[in-house]
Write a protein that binds this ligand. Sequence first.
Ligand code: AMP
Ligand code: MG
Length: 403
Amino acid sequence: MLTYQQARHEVIEHASKSARPRQTATLSVWDALGFVLAQDVQTDRPYPPFDRSTRDGFAVRAVDAIPGAALLCAGEIKAGDTVTAPLKPGTCVQIMTGAAVPAGADAVVMLEHTRRQGDTVHFDRAAIVGQNIVPRGSEAGPAQTVLSPGQRLGYAELALAAQVGATQLRCANKPRVAILSTGDEVISIDETPGAFQIRNSNSVSLAAQVRLAGGEPVLLGNAADRVDDLRAKIERGLKEDVLVLSGGVSMGKYDLVETVLKDLGAEFFFDAVAIRPGKPAVFGTCAGALVFGLPGNPVSTMVTFELFVTPALDLLNGAPARDLPLVHAQLGKALNEKPGLTHFLPAHVEWQGPVATVKALPWQGSGDIAALTHANCFLVVAADKSRLDVGETVPILLRKDIV
Ligand code: AMP
Ligand code: MG
């Protein structure tokens, strides 16, 4: 059985060479959050476009502003002012944050380090050449490529595009992800369940996870545990870039997903991973689509999506696969676990100062969605661990959607 790292490696390898060509669309910077860039973005001029003062103070020649110096204040420059006159030797000019430093000046002395009397400004410490000035072109040169294809667009990237005037961006179309739940007991969330029926919450969590991971969910509802219904709905799902199924991949008599996929010519790269929850997770390709068969217990579905589907969506967007948001914390409460599988336990991490402390939460196993709503991470217990003591350093997988 593969470890979860090996299983991720399989996903990354096969998603990288996924056959379908990527389509692109042009989006306004206002709408492009979370998309992946499919073009270069170049600067329209140097940045900053002029020598920019980073402080409110006085623009000076450093040689003039020595301790005890008294310089004539020759004027004032606000942000946005057109600055053409050079600074005359032996003088200074009052300058605001964001304003252009005049030619001849090579330092800005903070207001706090000066004393003004009428038109005279007194300096009490030596100015250093270049202080509080960002030189023209030092952030980016003219016609410099500042964003490239494959760049994920977050707020900083969108702001940079806006700064250089690239208000329309060609982006990869998000991969379309068909979501199909399975199970005779599963009903739509709008229906009233009978005593032994359950609402299709997995389609809701999966759609949310698809959106967060940069995909476009395509909801296919639920298939009964019958070959004909499953086959018809799986065939529909295979028309999309990715098909994610929940349920029907365990060892039960009515777990038919793998059989139907095999019938449709699927090639499987794994059909079990050494993790709990999520051990029966299946990954393969079928009719040009990537197919994930995730176990139906809600927390299993969520965990296996995060581990295995997320990197596939990155790659289908044309971006590199992101690493898992794994960090270390100190264990706040001792724990005994059965060894053999890597466990992902709903847990809560708290930062008090720089040290993070994590505690596993009480839960009833992989059906317990309520427990997960108290968790902001999963405590990752390595397969060979049976006992974890208070104070031990342990890996945690952050819940990126809420942390
Ligand atoms: P399975 O993997 O098909 O054996 O499903 C395991 C358990 O997960 C089932 O007994 C259900 O309780 C639960 N389950 C399966 N599908 C869903 C779903 N779509 N939404 C919520 N719970 C589900
Ligand atoms: Mg089932």
